[in-house]
Design a protein around this ligand. Structure first.
Ligand code: GDP
Ligand code: MG
Length: 211
């Protein structure tokens, strides 16, 4: 997925890294995507909206999509894919993020399996069923990437650490699941600091560069 960066001493277009964000509905995929793209937690835009579903389908990017509501430029998005120019370790890269919205586990997977250079599988530490939902995504990724060399980076991401009081999935359980599938593991919150969310996406870029 990565271009060369420089050709003949002339700076070429920045390399690209395609990150697919997967996981059960409600785990916070859209909130994390918005945080990474805008540094904001989405409900900051309208405190009366408790649930992102009330923002409409983010995938549409149309009149009811969150991307338009929060003013993301139309040239940075198509359907449910958004792009941002980043500098990771002093090198430019265009990070494209696909905020998937499967309703009942992995359905339309071919689309992101063939597109992505890295995968984030998200759950909420405060909602056990979202952790259990990760298994089917990890199984599909393992099946799809079997025999591929190098393996595309997988990151298991426990979201909503601000909800520590309601934690239903221990950090140990996250680490254990990640190690079983050869994933990196992080815990973050889409409504706390931006840098720890940014770090996850940047780590995906670093892993792809290592390939
Ligand atoms: P998706 O279905 O995976 O895209 O999940 P959403 O991004 O729509 O988030 C589901 C709900 O969880 C929404 O009400 C969000 O505001 C909320 N949410 C997302 N991330 C966080 C977080 O880090 N902390 C808290 N407290 N709520 C979050
Ligand atoms: Mg969503």
């Amino acid at each position: 997925m990565f271009g060369r960066g420089r050709t003949g001493g002339v700076l070429s277009a920045p390399a690209e890294c395609n990150v697919a964000v997967l996981g059960t509905t409600g785990s916070g995929k859209s909130a994390l995507t918005v945080k990474f793209l805008t540094k904001r937690f989405i409900t900051e835009y309208d405190p009366n909206l408790g649930n992102l579903s009330e923002w409409g389908n983010p995938g549409l990017g149309g009149a009811t999509g969150w991307a338009q509501r929060i003013g993301l430029a139309s040239n940075t998005r198509t359907q449910d894919t958004y792009s941002t120019e980043e500098i990771v370790d002093q090198q430019p890269v265009v990070v494209k993020v696909m905020d998937t919205a499967d309703q009942d586990g992995p359905v339309d997977c071919e689309r992101y399996l063939t597109w992505a250079s890295a995968f984030l599988v998200v759950y909420s530490i405060a909602e056990r069923h979202t952790f259990e939902g990760c298994q089917s995504y990890l199984d599909i990724l393992a099946l799809h990437t079997r025999g591929e060399a190098p393996q595309p980076p997988l990151i298991l991401l426990g979201n909503k650490v601000d909800m520590e009081r309601y934690r239903q999935v221990s950090r140990c359980q996250g680490v254990e699941l990640a190690s079983r599938y050869g994933c990196l593991f992080f815990e973050v919150s889409a409504c706390l600091d931006f840098l720890s969310v940014q770090q996850v996406f940047h780590e995906a870029v670093r892993e792809v560069r290592r390939e």
